[in-house]
Design a protein around this ligand. Structure first.
Ligand SMILES: Cc1cc2nc3c(=O)[nH]c(=O)nc-3n(C[C@H](O)[C@H](O)[C@H](O)COP(=O)(O)O)c2cc1C
Length: 397
């Protein structure tokens, strides 16, 4: 019988993380949970939210809370969207469709990764909410142009260009778990690592029923969809540069979101390149270990480009309080990655819905405790960030 993910068993995102760990083979769980090198930025992305303190207004009657938010002209019922998470289909049968469906039912947006295991048309059809398409240039310009044309025809509303993957980060857990060997299709090399799969028969049964090892149906090369084993090398050969934005803009002809901004300077470059929004993101600490946590960088990016463009943030969000802090510091909305990926790994669509419910309830409770009845009314007066974060902004403005 499936384990319940309802309260009181699952009260927070950490509980969902534990449930995902129980259901998934180690190699899949660690692919979600792990990050680059010594994982210092992974820890800091989460911890740095503690440096921001709340300044509540008491004795304010806030009976209702309006969580609606407008991002790129689209109204969302929640101040958070689901970030692009590659290979979600490994976590649960037709994972990208399940996550998109849960987002739509909650009235929010889903961002589909280029490295999706499901066809982009099927994912769009699965959701009633807005969908954005995240672009890597894997396979080269022609292949990317074909995906852009498909995404536009399917009704994706924005193109998210990820700029922080000139090479794949060194994710040590993946290597220790034998990810390369498991993708080699050489039975002798695979043998020491297959026990991880066999010890999770429920996951294995669904995975096999879903077609087993998959390819990437939105990266169509001359000989067909790109295979899993080729992804590392393909990413390294597909670096995006600011010069690429001219042809990407011409091909897409819609709003472009630049994801992976770490500094005020890059935020300005993104605006110059035509970004309608930027995402302050370090790829969930999966690329360069040792960069600043995103919440620390947010005020400087808002100071630099907040008047010209919308600023979003992701990285380290594990509760609704984190979301509220980011909005108080100037984010239009946030993206959550692992928080929903754990839910997907734990229980498919129901797990993603549970993750969204947990975050939504957290945001409402936090806002009532702050004495604020609408996301649109959250501002810097509700938080106290470290003085050094703010003095850096003053030199930028
Ligand atoms: C398992 C996993 C796969 C990811 N795949 C992609 C991807 O394909 N494209 C992308 O732009 N970002 C990808 N990301 C980064 C997320 O979009 C997001 O930036 C990050 O997860 C935010 O940090 P958080 O997980 O702490 O919320 C991935 C993240 C995870 C955890």
């Amino acid at each position: 019988m499936a384990r319940t993910i309802a309260a009181p068993r699952v009260l927070n995102i950490e509980d969902l993380r534990r449930e995902a760990q129980r259901r998934l083979p180690r190699v899949v769980f660690d692919y979600i949970d792990g990050a680059a090198e010594r994982e210092r930025t992974l820890a800091e992305n989460c911890r740095a939210f503690d440096d921001v303190l709340f300044r509540p207004r008491s004795a304010v009657a806030t009976r209702t809370c309006d969580l609606s938010t407008e991002v790129l002209g689209t109204r969302l019922d929640l101040p958070f969207m689901l970030a692009p998470v590659g290979s979600s289909r490994l976590f649960y049968q037709r994972g990208e469709e399940a996550a998109a469906r849960a987002a739509g039912k909650a009235g929010t947006g889903y961002i589909l990764s280029t490295l999706s295991g499901c066809r982009l048309e099927d994912v769009k059809a699965a959701t009633t909410g807005p969908a954005w398409y995240q672009l890597y240039l894997v396979g080269g310009r022609e292949v990317a142009m074909a995906a852009i044309a498909r995404a536009r025809a399917a009704g994706y509303r924005a193109l998210v260009v990820t700029i922080d993957t000139p090479v794949a980060g060194l994710r040590e857990r993946d290597l220790r778990n034998g990810i390369k060997e498991l993708l080699s299709f050489n039975p002798l090399r695979m043998l020491p690592y297959v026990g991880q799969m066999l010890s999770r028969p429920r996951w294995l049964a669904l995975y096999m029923a879903d077609g087993g090892l998959m390819n990437f149906p939105n990266i169509v090369l001359a000989d067909g969809p790109m295979q899993y084993a080729d992804v590392g090398a393909a990413l390294e050969a597909s670096m995006v540069s600011w010069d690429d934005f001219a042809w990407i803009r011409a091909a897409w002809q819609g709003p472009i979101v630049v994801k992976g901004v770490h500094t005020a300077d890059d935020a300005r470059r993104a605006v110059d390149a035509g970004a309608a929004a930027v995402v302050v993101s370090n790829h969930g600490a999966r690329q360069l270990d040792g960069v600043s946590p995103t919440i620390r960088v947010l005020p400087e990016v808002v100071a630099a480009v907040g008047r010209q463009t919308e600023v979003l943030l992701d990285g380290g969000i594990r509760c609704g309080g984190d979301i509220v802090k980011a909005i108080c510091l100037g984010a239009r909305a946030v993206l959550v990655g692992r928080a929903y990926a754990y839910g997907l790994g734990a229980a498919g669509e129901a797990g993603v819905a549970r993750a969204i419910d947990i975050l939504r309830a957290d945001v409402v409770r936090t806002m009532k405790l702050l004495g604020c009845g609408a996301v649109s009314a959250l501002d810097g007066s509700f938080v106290e960030p470290p003085a050094a974060w703010i003095s850096r902004c003053e030199s930028i403005r």
